[in-house]
Design a protein around this ligand. Structure first.
Ligand code: AMP
Length: 281
Protein backbone atom coordinates (compact mmCIF):
# COMPACT_ATOMS: atom_id res chain seq x y z
CA UNK A 1 0.00 0.00 0.00
CA UNK A 2 1.27 3.44 -0.98
CA UNK A 3 1.21 6.34 1.51
CA UNK A 4 1.18 9.68 -0.31
CA UNK A 5 1.44 13.06 1.41
CA UNK A 6 1.41 15.25 -1.68
CA UNK A 7 -1.08 15.91 -4.48
CA UNK A 8 1.70 15.35 -7.02
CA UNK A 9 2.42 11.82 -5.76
CA UNK A 10 -1.28 10.89 -5.88
CA UNK A 11 -1.69 12.27 -9.42
CA UNK A 12 1.34 10.34 -10.71
CA UNK A 13 0.03 7.07 -9.30
CA UNK A 14 -3.52 7.66 -10.53
CA UNK A 15 -2.20 8.41 -14.05
CA UNK A 16 -0.21 5.16 -14.02
CA UNK A 17 -3.30 3.18 -12.93
CA UNK A 18 -5.45 4.88 -15.57
CA UNK A 19 -2.92 3.97 -18.26
CA UNK A 20 -3.31 0.34 -17.19
CA UNK A 21 -7.09 0.74 -17.53
CA UNK A 22 -7.72 0.31 -13.78
CA UNK A 23 -10.93 1.62 -12.23
CA UNK A 24 -10.59 3.68 -9.07
CA UNK A 25 -12.79 3.69 -5.96
CA UNK A 26 -12.37 6.52 -3.45
CA UNK A 27 -13.22 6.74 0.27
CA UNK A 28 -12.75 10.21 1.80
CA UNK A 29 -12.35 10.18 5.61
CA UNK A 30 -11.08 12.26 8.52
CA UNK A 31 -9.22 9.24 9.93
CA UNK A 32 -9.46 7.54 13.35
CA UNK A 33 -10.92 4.75 11.27
CA UNK A 34 -13.41 2.15 12.53
CA UNK A 35 -15.65 -0.56 11.05
CA UNK A 36 -17.90 2.09 9.50
CA UNK A 37 -15.03 3.39 7.35
CA UNK A 38 -13.86 -0.18 6.78
CA UNK A 39 -17.24 -1.11 5.29
CA UNK A 40 -16.82 1.66 2.70
CA UNK A 41 -13.31 0.49 1.83
CA UNK A 42 -14.53 -3.12 1.47
CA UNK A 43 -17.36 -2.03 -0.82
CA UNK A 44 -14.95 0.07 -2.89
CA UNK A 45 -12.59 -2.90 -3.15
CA UNK A 46 -15.39 -5.11 -4.46
CA UNK A 47 -16.44 -2.63 -7.14
CA UNK A 48 -13.08 -1.21 -8.34
CA UNK A 49 -9.56 -2.36 -9.30
CA UNK A 50 -7.84 0.16 -7.01
CA UNK A 51 -8.97 1.84 -3.79
CA UNK A 52 -7.78 5.23 -2.56
CA UNK A 53 -8.56 6.36 1.02
CA UNK A 54 -7.94 9.95 2.08
CA UNK A 55 -7.21 10.70 5.72
CA UNK A 56 -7.49 14.44 6.28
CA UNK A 57 -9.01 16.34 9.21
CA UNK A 58 -10.39 19.13 7.06
CA UNK A 59 -10.16 22.48 8.90
CA UNK A 60 -12.66 24.27 6.64
CA UNK A 61 -15.57 22.08 7.77
CA UNK A 62 -15.15 22.92 11.46
CA UNK A 63 -16.75 26.01 12.99
CA UNK A 64 -14.59 28.38 15.09
CA UNK A 65 -15.75 26.88 18.42
CA UNK A 66 -15.77 23.24 17.25
CA UNK A 67 -13.40 20.32 17.90
CA UNK A 68 -10.77 20.70 15.12
CA UNK A 69 -7.83 20.62 17.55
CA UNK A 70 -9.13 17.78 19.72
CA UNK A 71 -10.53 15.64 16.88
CA UNK A 72 -9.08 12.13 17.50
CA UNK A 73 -6.14 11.11 15.31
CA UNK A 74 -4.17 7.84 15.01
CA UNK A 75 -2.55 7.62 11.61
CA UNK A 76 -0.52 4.51 12.45
CA UNK A 77 -3.68 2.57 13.30
CA UNK A 78 -5.45 4.01 10.23
CA UNK A 79 -2.60 2.79 8.02
CA UNK A 80 -2.86 -0.73 9.48
CA UNK A 81 -6.61 -0.81 9.07
CA UNK A 82 -6.44 0.41 5.45
CA UNK A 83 -3.79 -2.17 4.61
CA UNK A 84 -5.81 -4.97 6.26
CA UNK A 85 -8.94 -3.93 4.37
CA UNK A 86 -7.22 -3.86 0.99
CA UNK A 87 -6.71 -0.17 0.23
CA UNK A 88 -4.05 0.53 -2.40
CA UNK A 89 -3.19 4.12 -1.53
CA UNK A 90 -3.70 6.42 1.44
CA UNK A 91 -3.62 10.14 0.73
CA UNK A 92 -2.58 11.90 3.94
CA UNK A 93 -1.90 15.56 3.17
CA UNK A 94 -1.40 18.34 5.71
CA UNK A 95 -3.55 21.48 5.68
CA UNK A 96 -0.87 23.46 3.78
CA UNK A 97 -0.85 20.90 0.98
CA UNK A 98 -4.63 21.13 0.60
CA UNK A 99 -5.11 24.87 1.13
CA UNK A 100 -2.46 27.16 -0.28
CA UNK A 101 -2.18 30.75 0.90
CA UNK A 102 -4.55 33.00 -0.99
CA UNK A 103 -7.04 30.25 -1.85
CA UNK A 104 -10.34 32.07 -2.41
CA UNK A 105 -12.81 29.67 -3.97
CA UNK A 106 -15.91 28.58 -2.05
CA UNK A 107 -18.59 26.06 -2.94
CA UNK A 108 -22.12 26.55 -1.76
CA UNK A 109 -24.92 24.06 -2.31
CA UNK A 110 -28.11 26.06 -1.92
CA UNK A 111 -31.18 24.79 -0.07
CA UNK A 112 -30.08 21.31 1.05
CA UNK A 113 -27.54 22.83 3.45
CA UNK A 114 -29.96 25.15 5.30
CA UNK A 115 -31.67 22.55 7.49
CA UNK A 116 -30.58 19.83 9.98
CA UNK A 117 -26.80 19.96 10.58
CA UNK A 118 -26.45 22.99 8.28
CA UNK A 119 -28.65 25.01 10.63
CA UNK A 120 -26.51 24.39 13.72
CA UNK A 121 -23.23 24.26 11.74
CA UNK A 122 -23.68 27.02 9.11
CA UNK A 123 -20.16 26.79 7.60
CA UNK A 124 -19.89 22.99 7.75
CA UNK A 125 -21.18 21.90 4.33
CA UNK A 126 -19.28 24.64 2.50
CA UNK A 127 -16.09 23.13 3.93
CA UNK A 128 -17.20 19.58 3.11
CA UNK A 129 -18.08 20.46 -0.50
CA UNK A 130 -14.82 22.35 -0.99
CA UNK A 131 -12.62 19.54 0.28
CA UNK A 132 -14.58 16.80 -1.47
CA UNK A 133 -14.43 18.70 -4.80
CA UNK A 134 -10.68 19.18 -4.41
CA UNK A 135 -10.20 15.51 -3.53
CA UNK A 136 -12.34 14.46 -6.51
CA UNK A 137 -10.11 16.54 -8.81
CA UNK A 138 -6.95 15.07 -7.26
CA UNK A 139 -8.05 11.42 -7.20
CA UNK A 140 -10.32 11.36 -10.31
CA UNK A 141 -12.22 8.29 -9.08
CA UNK A 142 -14.83 6.32 -11.01
CA UNK A 143 -16.83 5.83 -7.81
CA UNK A 144 -16.78 7.50 -4.38
CA UNK A 145 -18.21 5.93 -1.22
CA UNK A 146 -20.06 7.80 1.54
CA UNK A 147 -21.83 6.53 4.65
CA UNK A 148 -25.55 7.01 5.24
CA UNK A 149 -24.42 7.84 8.79
CA UNK A 150 -23.95 11.38 7.41
CA UNK A 151 -27.13 11.28 5.35
CA UNK A 152 -27.38 15.01 4.74
CA UNK A 153 -23.75 15.06 3.59
CA UNK A 154 -24.54 12.22 1.17
CA UNK A 155 -27.54 14.15 -0.24
CA UNK A 156 -25.47 17.36 -0.56
CA UNK A 157 -22.58 15.57 -2.32
CA UNK A 158 -24.98 13.85 -4.74
CA UNK A 159 -26.51 17.24 -5.60
CA UNK A 160 -23.09 18.88 -6.02
CA UNK A 161 -21.84 16.07 -8.27
CA UNK A 162 -24.91 16.48 -10.50
CA UNK A 163 -24.72 20.27 -10.56
CA UNK A 164 -20.98 20.45 -11.28
CA UNK A 165 -20.97 17.51 -13.74
CA UNK A 166 -18.40 15.42 -11.89
CA UNK A 167 -18.16 12.13 -13.82
CA UNK A 168 -18.22 10.13 -10.57
CA UNK A 169 -20.75 7.64 -9.26
CA UNK A 170 -21.66 8.40 -5.64
CA UNK A 171 -22.36 5.23 -3.65
CA UNK A 172 -24.22 5.45 -0.32
CA UNK A 173 -23.41 2.72 2.22
CA UNK A 174 -25.45 1.57 5.27
CA UNK A 175 -24.70 2.67 8.85
CA UNK A 176 -22.46 0.29 10.81
CA UNK A 177 -23.39 0.08 14.51
CA UNK A 178 -22.01 -1.15 17.83
CA UNK A 179 -23.79 -4.23 19.25
CA UNK A 180 -26.02 -2.01 21.41
CA UNK A 181 -27.12 0.00 18.37
CA UNK A 182 -24.95 3.13 18.74
CA UNK A 183 -23.77 4.24 15.29
CA UNK A 184 -20.00 3.88 15.05
CA UNK A 185 -18.29 7.27 15.00
CA UNK A 186 -14.80 8.63 15.61
CA UNK A 187 -16.43 11.09 18.04
CA UNK A 188 -17.70 8.21 20.26
CA UNK A 189 -14.13 8.30 21.67
CA UNK A 190 -15.11 11.51 23.52
CA UNK A 191 -17.79 9.73 25.63
CA UNK A 192 -17.13 8.69 29.24
CA UNK A 193 -18.74 5.51 30.62
CA UNK A 194 -22.05 7.13 31.64
CA UNK A 195 -22.27 9.12 28.42
CA UNK A 196 -21.51 6.02 26.34
CA UNK A 197 -24.45 4.24 28.01
CA UNK A 198 -26.71 7.28 27.52
CA UNK A 199 -25.74 7.55 23.82
CA UNK A 200 -27.77 4.43 22.97
CA UNK A 201 -30.88 6.63 23.33
CA UNK A 202 -30.46 7.96 19.76
CA UNK A 203 -30.90 4.56 18.14
CA UNK A 204 -33.55 3.47 20.65
CA UNK A 205 -35.69 6.52 19.83
CA UNK A 206 -35.15 6.15 16.07
CA UNK A 207 -36.00 2.43 16.18
CA UNK A 208 -39.31 3.25 17.88
CA UNK A 209 -40.01 5.94 15.29
CA UNK A 210 -39.28 3.49 12.48
CA UNK A 211 -41.65 0.91 13.99
CA UNK A 212 -44.39 3.54 14.16
CA UNK A 213 -43.88 4.48 10.49
CA UNK A 214 -43.81 0.82 9.45
CA UNK A 215 -47.12 0.36 11.31
CA UNK A 216 -48.60 2.95 8.94
CA UNK A 217 -48.21 6.32 10.69
CA UNK A 218 -47.76 9.17 8.19
CA UNK A 219 -48.11 12.14 10.56
CA UNK A 220 -44.77 13.99 10.78
CA UNK A 221 -45.52 15.77 14.06
CA UNK A 222 -46.63 12.57 15.82
CA UNK A 223 -43.46 10.65 14.86
CA UNK A 224 -41.22 13.63 15.70
CA UNK A 225 -42.89 13.97 19.10
CA UNK A 226 -42.54 10.27 19.84
CA UNK A 227 -38.79 10.34 19.08
CA UNK A 228 -38.32 13.60 21.01
CA UNK A 229 -40.11 12.27 24.11
CA UNK A 230 -37.94 9.15 24.24
CA UNK A 231 -34.70 11.17 23.95
CA UNK A 232 -35.89 13.69 26.58
CA UNK A 233 -36.19 10.88 29.14
CA UNK A 234 -32.38 10.54 29.06
CA UNK A 235 -30.99 13.14 31.51
CA UNK A 236 -27.58 13.40 29.78
CA UNK A 237 -29.15 14.08 26.37
CA UNK A 238 -29.85 17.53 24.93
CA UNK A 239 -31.58 17.61 21.54
CA UNK A 240 -30.14 19.74 18.74
CA UNK A 241 -32.78 18.57 16.25
CA UNK A 242 -35.26 15.83 15.44
CA UNK A 243 -36.31 16.20 11.78
CA UNK A 244 -38.22 14.35 9.10
CA UNK A 245 -37.38 15.49 5.55
CA UNK A 246 -37.25 14.35 1.93
CA UNK A 247 -33.94 12.45 1.60
CA UNK A 248 -33.08 13.81 -1.86
CA UNK A 249 -33.85 17.49 -1.27
CA UNK A 250 -33.64 17.73 2.57
CA UNK A 251 -36.84 19.78 2.31
CA UNK A 252 -39.58 19.47 4.97
CA UNK A 253 -42.41 17.04 4.15
CA UNK A 254 -46.09 17.45 4.96
CA UNK A 255 -46.58 13.73 5.50
CA UNK A 256 -44.35 10.64 5.68
CA UNK A 257 -44.47 9.53 2.07
CA UNK A 258 -41.71 8.83 -0.50
CA UNK A 259 -37.98 8.63 0.17
CA UNK A 260 -37.84 9.89 3.74
CA UNK A 261 -34.92 10.75 6.05
CA UNK A 262 -35.60 10.72 9.78
CA UNK A 263 -32.56 12.33 11.43
CA UNK A 264 -31.49 13.40 14.92
CA UNK A 265 -28.59 15.34 16.40
CA UNK A 266 -28.20 15.10 20.16
CA UNK A 267 -25.60 16.38 22.60
CA UNK A 268 -24.56 13.72 25.09
CA UNK A 269 -22.66 15.86 27.56
CA UNK A 270 -20.46 18.00 25.30
CA UNK A 271 -20.35 15.49 22.43
CA UNK A 272 -22.69 16.07 19.51
CA UNK A 273 -23.85 12.79 17.98
CA UNK A 274 -25.96 12.23 14.85
CA UNK A 275 -28.00 9.25 13.72
CA UNK A 276 -30.81 8.56 11.26
CA UNK A 277 -32.74 6.11 9.18
CA UNK A 278 -33.85 6.35 5.56
CA UNK A 279 -37.18 4.78 4.69
CA UNK A 280 -39.24 4.36 1.53
CA UNK A 281 -42.70 5.12 2.90
P1 AMP B 1 -15.58 10.76 8.73
O1 AMP B 1 -14.22 10.20 8.90
O2 AMP B 1 -16.37 10.79 10.00
O3 AMP B 1 -15.60 12.06 7.97
O4 AMP B 1 -16.37 9.72 7.81
C1 AMP B 1 -15.87 9.33 6.57
C2 AMP B 1 -16.94 8.53 5.86
O5 AMP B 1 -17.26 7.37 6.64
C3 AMP B 1 -18.25 9.31 5.66
O6 AMP B 1 -18.79 9.03 4.38
C4 AMP B 1 -19.12 8.76 6.76
O7 AMP B 1 -20.50 8.86 6.49
C5 AMP B 1 -18.66 7.32 6.80
N1 AMP B 1 -19.00 6.73 8.11
C6 AMP B 1 -18.67 7.19 9.34
N2 AMP B 1 -19.22 6.41 10.31
C7 AMP B 1 -19.92 5.45 9.66
C8 AMP B 1 -20.73 4.36 10.10
N3 AMP B 1 -20.92 4.10 11.39
N4 AMP B 1 -21.29 3.56 9.17
C9 AMP B 1 -21.11 3.81 7.84
N5 AMP B 1 -20.37 4.84 7.37
C10 AMP B 1 -19.79 5.64 8.26
Amino acid sequence: MIIANTIKEVRLQIKAWMKEGKSIGFVPTMGFLHEGHQSLIERAKKENDKVVVSVFVNPTQFGPTEDLESYPRDFEKDTMLCEMTGADLIFHPDAKEMYEKGASTLIHVEGLTNALCGKSRPTHFGGVCLVVSKLFHIVSPDRAYFGEKDAQQLAVIKRMVKDLNFDIEIVGCPIIREVDGLAKSSRNAYLNTQERAAATILNKALTKGKETILAGETNVVKVKNEITEIICKEPLAKIDYVEIVDFDTIAPVKSIKGNILVAVAVFIGKTRLIDNFIIQA
